[in-house]
Design a protein around this ligand. Structure first.
Ligand code: SF4
Length: 329
């Protein structure tokens, strides 16, 4: 399958912000896009490593069809090489044990399973962009919503091309320092991620952010403060932001796990900064699992694990004061 966003004159892949120059016979950094006789070919199209239904809260997405199922679809490969990757067997290995699927197969499976949406997830969906694009178009035709769970390294052109068919972007903001992206994520940079987040916001697509809190690595108070200031200035206060607890894994076993106090400190900072919808993940935290109305403080959605109850929200509005809550409900 021919890849999108390839400049054949300069032999440059412009799908993600690595902008790899790929001479004939070579592959890009992600190892799944190859220049075959002057054409860039995607090696992941229709090669599936997972396709199953999950609670949408597992993504995590808290303001996107809460309480519904989403069909999670993955392939393999990644444009990052994060030391703490929880899916490194998918992201860092060229997998030959995949299942073959057409876009229609995925959509049919989602409809059959009673899912309300399809999520592109587990490995970085950017590197199976063409398949994601085709599945999303097909999903839209069948009345299903779509969500991409991404590291935010797509170029603006890639975001704008797929935006008409993508309802939600769940983007990792892994840290607020360029050195983190450079040293932990394999020579990446912070600014392209910020640019993607800004683009998605400008396009008025549903957006949620996730920051995995790694003690002593990305949670210095001044770094968190700078992140929250940027977020408020650029996006406003209404983007759900999940702060989740790190567990040592893969090549980052030299850092201790994040405990309740680590994540709670960031959650409190986000609340103090005025964010409407900060959340906590991977540790028990009743307040950080609850959606509150930003106007009257009513409890709208209560969550326990991936199960949610919605006593205070109807048709996307607070039942106490009528405020419309940001998201897709
Ligand atoms: S998608 Fe892959 S080949 Fe293209 S620029 Fe990114 S890392 Fe390079």
């Amino acid at each position: 399958m021919q890849a999108r966003l390839f400049d054949s004159v300069t032999e440059t892949c412009n799908l993600c912000s690595r902008h790899c120059r790929i001479p004939r016979g070579k592959r890009g950094f992600c190892n799944v896009r190859e220049n075959v006789a002057g054409n860039l070919v995607t090696l992941t199209y229709g090669k599936i490593t997972a396709c199953g239904i999950d609670p949408v809260e597992k993504k995590p997405l808290n303001h996107f069809l809460p309480g519904t199922g989403t069909v999670s679809v993955s392939s393999f490969g990644c444009n990052f090489t994060c030391r703490h990757c929880q899916n490194h067997t998918l992201s860092q290995e060229f997998r030959h044990d995949t299942q073959r699927a057409e876009p229609e197969d995925i959509v049919r499976a989602a409809v059959h399973a009673g899912a309300k949406s399809i999520s592109f997830t587990y490995n970085e969906p950017t590197v199976f962009y063409e398949f994601m694009y085709d599945v999303s178009r097909e999903a839209q035709r069948e009345g299903l919503r779509t969500a991409v769970i991404t590291n935010g390294y797509m170029t603006e052109d890639a975001v704008r091309e797929i935006a008409p068919y993508m309802d939600a972007f769940r983007i990792d903001l892994k840290a607020f320092s360029d050195s983190f992206y450079s040293t932990v994520c394999g020579g990446a940079h912070l600014q392209p991620v910020l640019d993607t987040i800004s683009s998605v916001s400008e396009l008025q697509k549903h957006l949620e952010l996730v920051t995995l809190i790694i003690p002593g690595v990305n949670d210095a108070p001044e770094e968190i403060s700078a992140m929250l200031s940027w977020e408020k200035e650029t996006l406003g206060c209404a983007v759900p932001h999940h702060f989740t607890a790190f567990t040592p894994m893969y090549a980052m076993t030299d850092v201790r796990p994040a405990v309740h106090a680590d994540v709670d400190a960031v959650y409190q900072a986000a609340k103090d900064a005025g964010l409407y919808y900060p959340y906590v993940g991977n540790v028990m935290h009743a307040e950080g699992s609850t959606t509150y109305c930003p106007d009257c403080g009513a409890r709208l959605i209560l969550r326990a694990g991936y199960v949610c109850r919605m006593p205070g929200i109807k048709d996307g509005c607070c039942t106490s004061c009528g405020r419309q809550i940001e998201g897709i409900f």
